[in-house]
Design a protein around this ligand. Structure first.
Ligand SMILES: Cc1cc2nc3c(=O)[nH]c(=O)nc-3n(C[C@H](O)[C@H](O)[C@H](O)COP(=O)(O)OP(=O)(O)OC[C@H]3O[C@@H](n4cnc5c(N)ncnc54)[C@H](O)[C@@H]3O)c2cc1C
Length: 491
């Protein structure tokens, strides 16, 4: 496909027959679309929702896992390990914020203490050899505010925290810049084979394609059945979390993990790249795949856990609560497979590690599709990856950058005071390759309304900016001879 043809389909036009349609614009689907668009293929990234990254990928614990505690020998173990390095490199190139906090896994009972050598050995079998078993004195030296009763710990110095929102947006933006057509508001409801192509019947009309990749997260088993398979069932496993105010951050400057159980990684305390502290998640199997509300029971459970882990944390203020749904399945590993006859690849059962593993999953899926017959001719005209706006507290933000403000005063006009988000950043979000559809999308792109007032103070102004899609914020670039306006005209 020529670059012109590629550009022609880069505007949401679904009338062409695509070479590949990727269903699901979460981290996994966006990474796959980006990867495939590195080849001479016309690719569409399709989602039921009105924005990218609006499913599980927006509401997780945001830890970049080393994979130290994965089940050795599984595909998940391999792809998390590879994904850790691939995402670290990609974050460096695109500006996705990462904080290299490290983690400390804490043993609170004799049984948990006895499990530490096994966990160390498991980490080594997973290719990670930097863990260290430490005694209680060292545990308290490293985390002085930990609750009483810790018996020992295992250090995992390379576990890190990352911005999941920017990760998803960077991958999707990169995909679009590579010529991927983004098709939003299109829920796939049925599929039909027609003369060597597949027609996806969606709520936004039919989409025709030669190949399909199913990265539909919580809906991936439903789509898989539309292709005639019956090999796994997704169970939405809800994880609820509490977000503590920024004043709590000095209490926890590393990730504090429990000893994992068969049901998951357990309740942890983690710093966030936005300067807050998380307590969570719970792990509760539901039947409703849309139930992302928090519950009284879940919050009570977290508070009880938190009281033991770090009583001082509970004295701090909670800024927000949220819940995400893991796409748990009846398999103990990712379910990734290609069906050459149907020209179809499934990337399902990506439970609690998909943020970390996404880019590695994309590499693996492309390999499988190639083996199954998808012609993969690398492109030579690939654009550089995008440089994303920084949402991380540990890195310079526009309101702190005097030169940037002098060149464009919109970066000095703070709109969201809790998170110090400026009018310039909000305007830029609307001018970006994938502008937000609403307030929630704007929050994920800028942090606006994400602070302790949760939009109480800035909500009206942010809403006004949303209405004008940022057009009411002038754009000046004095360094580059841009328009100069008087302060009166700017108001
Ligand atoms: C509480 C919690 C904590 C977690 N913590 C971590 C962590 O610390 N580190 C980590 O690496 N991972 C973590 N994860 C896991 C990680 O968030 C997920 O594995 C990852 O986000 C999955 O991405 P995805 O693209 O597969 O799914 P999603 O982001 O859910 O994307 C799937 C998309 O498919 C779309 N879709 C579904 N059905 C259809 C349809 N019929 N038609 C069209 N579109 C459809 C949806 O709208 C959605 O946008 C956590 C998850 C949870 C819930």
């Amino acid at each position: 496909m020529s670059t012109t043809d590629r550009n022609r389909t880069a505007n949401g036009d679904a009338s062409a027959t695509f070479d590949v349609v990727v269903i699901g614009a979460g981290i996994v689907g966006s990474a796959i679309a980006r990867k495939l668009a590195g080849h001479e293929l016309s690719v569409a990234l399709l989602d039921a929702r009105d924005d990218v990254g609006d499913g599980t990928s927006k509401a997780n614990t945001a830890i970049l896992h080393t994979g130290f505690d994965a089940k050795p020998g599984t595909l998940e173990s391999r792809l998390v390990r590879e994904g850790y390095h691939l995402l670290s490199d990609y974050a460096e190139r695109t500006g996705i914020p990462i904080e290299r906090t490290g983690a400390l896994l804490v043993a609170w009972t004799d049984e948990e203490l006895e499990a530490l050598p096994g966990l160390k050995e498991k980490a080594e079998r997973n290719g990670y050899d930097r863990t260290e078993i430490i005694g209680p004195a060292e545990v308290y030296r490293q985390v002085p505010h930990l609750g009483e009763g810790a018996l020992g710990g295992l250090t995992v110095p390379d576990e890190s925290v990352i911005c999941t929102w920017t990760t998803n947006l960077a991958l999707a933006t990169d995909a679009v810049r590579r010529g991927v057509t983004l098709l939003l508001n299109r829920r796939v409801e049925a599929v039909e084979e027609r003369g060597g192509t597949t027609v996806l019947r969606t709520t936004g009309g039919d989409v025709t394609t030669r190949w399909v990749v199913n990265a539909a997260g919580l809906g991936s088993d439903v789509i898989d059945r539309m292709f005639g398979h019956d090999r796994f069932t997704v169970t939405p496993r809800r994880g609820e979390l509490l977000v503590y105010d920024k004043l709590a951050r000095p209490l926890a400057d590393k990730i504090i993990l429990p000893v994992p159980t068969s049901r998951g990684k357990g309740v942890l305390i983690s710093p966030t790249v936005y300067g807050n502290v998380l307590l969570g998640p719970t792990a509760e199997d539901l039947t409703d795949r849309t139930d992302t509300g928090t519950s009284e029971k879940g919050i009570a459970f977290l508070l009880e856990k938190g009281r033991k882990l770090m009583p001082e944390l509970l004295e701090e203020e909670v800024t927000a609560t949220y819940a995400g749904l893991r796409a748990a399945s009846d398999h103990s590993d990712y379910v990734i497979d290609a069906d050459a006859r149907r020209r179809y690849v499934l990337a399902g059962g990506i439970r609690s590690t998909g943020l970390t593993a996404g880019i590695a999953i994309a590499e693996y899926v492309a390999g499988l599709a190639g083996e199954a017959g998808l012609e993969l001719v690398p492109r030579e005209d690939l654009p550089e990856p995008p440089r994303m706006p920084n949402l991380g507290e540990a890195f310079p933000r526009p309101y702190q950058d005097a030169a940037r403000i002098a060149a464009d005063p919109a970066y000095g006009r703070v709109v969201c005071f809790c998170e110090r988000v400026t009018a310039g950043e909000i305007r830029d979000a609307f001018r970006s390759p994938i502008p937000p559809a609403g307030l929630e999308g704007l929050r994920r792109r800028t942090r606006a309304m994400n602070g302790r007032c949760q939009g109480f103070f800035c909500g009206a102004e942010v809403g006004r900016l949303l209405e004008s899609r940022g057009a009411c914020v002038p754009h000046e670039n004095r360094e580059h001879g841009g328009e100069r306006r008087s302060p009166e005209a700017r108001r």
